[in-house]
Design a protein. Sequence first.
Length: 509
Amino acid sequence: MSRTADKAPGVPDAGRWKALVFIALAQLMVVLDSTIVNIALPSAQQDLGISDGNRQWVVTAYALAFGGLLLFGGRIADLWGRKRTFVTGLAGFAAASALGGAATNEAMMFGSRALQGVFGALLAPAALSLLAVMFTDAKERAKAFGIYGAIAGGGAAVGLILGGFLTEYLDWRWTFFVNIPFAVVAAAGAWFVIHEPEGGRNRSPLDIPGVILSTLGLVALVYGFTRAESAGWSDGLTIGMFVGAAVLLLAFVLVEARVKSPLLPLRVVTDRSRGGIYLSLGLAIIAMFGLFLFLTYYLQIVKGYSPVKTGFAFLPMVAGMITGSTQIGTRLMTRVAPRLLMGPGFLVAAVGMLLLTQLEIGTSYAAVLLPGMLLLGLGMGTAFMPAMSLATQGVEPRDAGVASAMVNTSQQVGGAIGTALLNTIAASATTSYIADHLGSAATRPQQQLVQLEGMVQGYTSAIWFAVGILVVAAVIALTFVNAGRPGGTAVAGSADAAEDEVPVPVIAH
């Protein structure tokens, strides 16, 4: 990117709100993709002749590439320029989506999903760090991150609706092709509208040992949890992956503490507030990802909803997220300490989750599911908004990309853990219930009823764990996140900001 394309430091970008539209569109595409493909998976599996044992790779190939390369992607954004990285990520994501939609065999499908993950790892941190450096006024920043947080939280549920429509009325291939117009519009808009603040690049040499250790460590961690879901926690390769991940990530931390230009400067994560945000956000995502999975199965298998109807059933959660993020979080962000939004937000979400532990086969949607999802969305939206904003607040401009990548990494790892951990709990509870009750079921209908009751028992057992996880997330947010209320245009990293941070707007010094 030429120097003339950059914005002079200290001057608010006149096109920042237009830029937000294209950044939000790109974020929506990435989030949609995480759920839209799940809806299409059964149809794609049948068409391409993918075996039951291999079908998980449609999801896993993406998760491994995305989760493993996020820190590297964030550092590339800092080094190469966030706008250029953002546009490159969009172009690559569109090409990979076209490849997936045109897939003729499983190898082509798995390859396209891995490529989507690679370019997603460039795109996601670049998008968040662009917001961090373009919106420096506290009130404007709150609004921008409120919109971004609502999309990040609600997009997954919208993906269920869109995926249902495309799969039912068109073809599963359109769940890939639909990304192309999103990416083209977002890339074209970004190219002409986004003007990155000048002087915010980190031109230090790339930390190659850090890249290798972090990528391998995160891939081993994500794959460990993914494998645990299918092969069990006592499987030799599962245990080996966890041990390998621990060794690699410990080596990564030791290397980062010693090298001159680290991939992940430890000042980014050792800041008390930011560390608390990454941890509480990861825990909240564990709870939320598990719930999406269980409610999708509950509504389709137990209640008999179609994919489209299932997607619409999630709309109260989306409405709650948008309200919590853009109305409650945005309005209160500049008036109260962020922890007083995050802590209570996670607790409200926990109350919503608590309602969902009451699920039974004949549970009324209006009486239990509707208020439960509304409260869950409202609480998550309220908590996500300050979390997204604070995660990149107070960092030096040269670290904005990698700080943004840590937000995505905590979400990605949280999603992998949530799916594996809560699925294991649910499966164990289901098996136990069926073993205890199947003997008393004499007829075929009675046996089918026991099977369904067992499934619901499994879901509610796992949701109880999710309630506990959200309470822990609330405690961490209230205890660790000690950043003060943003005032004026100054943005501080935390009440006791690290010595290498200064309370100035997050743009080039």
